[in-house]
Design a protein around this ligand. Structure first.
Ligand code: COI
Length: 354
């Protein structure tokens, strides 16, 4: 593959941007005008192209549709105070993408295609980056196995695609979660750390059961003892206990969340104690009984901080205090948003300005 400085681009003749109403916009409602496509065949990545967003033509025998070789990333771009656009933490997202692709035995997208593809696609669709507070352009890079062959095998052909869409921050009201001790999201040695489609599909059924009981999501526990908290729904889990931010340590069954990493880094910068340690269900119950737990949240790209209002564990609904501007996670989230939009200095060089 030869990446020319300018990726060949076919522009849409009819932008859909006027259809977007930011006051009623929900996460995932809209896709921007263009997408990037790059194919992998005969052991190499071909020339990427940018074109109007459109349906794919795919063989029904494409391996991704049967055996699950699909990997994605979730990233965000922000409209900045100086009217420039910031794509947040490209390098860390690329590293995670590579780890996920590697775990799923898929072809690795070269860094130049990933980074230059993002820059040129978002530059073309820069009018789609929302200017409203608490909104961003969500970016979805992904790879699917496209080889048309229903024999069970590692695909020899892949398609890398990036599309984007404007989004508000998801989950602003506190959610109710239930500690899940029967079903598991990921096992030791499995794919929990990878951002592969199967991790999400496999979580739907237990989440659906929890919803029937009145909960929004589940707090996943480990696969061996069903004792230690792993993640919160599709997000990392974070708690504030005795003024310390406590979060389960990364492992092969926990996603290396980029928002998780960003908030922990900012906490350390601010001198807030951070403890990456196993959190058992009983630790949580003790913290509720002693009233030392003051905050709990799911942490992810889409929501940033999704505050938790109720945790159901050991047969009891435990209530968290009301969540507001005085909370540790609230303040860290505000600080992160200020860095991403250019209101605060980007000392960690997380921003990629275009
Ligand atoms: C995120 O928190 O950004 C996620 O990974 C959820 C995504 C699948 C919408």
């Amino acid at each position: 593959m030869e990446l020319t400085t300018k990726i060949p681009t076919r522009r849409t003749s009819q932008s859909k941007i006027k259809e977007v109403n930011s006051s009623t916009l929900k996460f995932g409602d809209f896709v921007s005008d263009h997408m990037l496509i790059c194919d992998y065949k005969n052991g190499e990545w071909m020339q990427p192209h940018i074109m109007p967003f459109a349906n794919l033509s795919l063989s029904p025998a494409a391996l991704a549709l049967h055996y699950g070789q699909t990997v994605f990333e979730g990233m965000k771009a922000f409209y900045m105070t100086n009217s420039k656009i910031n794509i947040f933490r490209i390098a860390k997202h690329y590293d995670r993408f590579v780890k996920s692709l590697d775990r799923m035995a898929m072809a690795i997208v070269p860094e130049e295609i990933f980074t230059e593809g993002l820059r040129q696609l978002i530059d073309l669709d820069r009018a789609w980056v929302p200017k409203e507070k608490d909104h961003a352009l969500y970016i979805r890079p992904f790879v699917i196995a496209t080889e048309s062959r229903f024999g069970v095998k590692i695909s020899e052909e892949y398609r890398f695609i990036i599309f984007t869409g404007p989004v508000p921050i998801a989950y602003t009201r506190p959610i109710k979660v239930k500690v899940e001790t029967k079903y598991v999201r990921a096992a030791k040695g499995g794919t929990g750390f990878a951002k592969c489609g199967g991790n999400y599909g496999g979580s739907y059924y237990p989440t659906q059961l929890a919803r029937k009981e009145g909960y929004d999501q589940v707090l996943w526990t480990d696969s061996k003892e069903n004792k230690y908290i792993e993640e919160s729904g599709m997000m990392n889990a974070m708690f504030v206990v005795d003024g310390t931010i406590v979060t389960p340590p990364l492992s092969d069954s926990i996603l290396d969340g980029i928002t998780r990493d960003s908030l922990l880094t900012l906490a350390r910068d601010n001198g807030i104690p951070v403890s990456e340690r196993p959190v058992s269900i009983d630790d949580l119950e003790t913290a509720f009984r002693n009233q030392t737990i003051t905050e709990a949240a799911g942490i992810g790209t889409a929501a940033v901080v999704a505050p938790i209002g109720i945790i159901h564990l050991n047969e009891i609904d435990f209530h968290l205090p009301e969540y507001g501007p005085e909370n540790v996670l609230y303040k860290l989230k505000q600080q992160l948003e200020s860095i991403r939009t250019g209101h605060l200095a980007d000392v960690h060089e997380w921003n990629c300005i275009i």
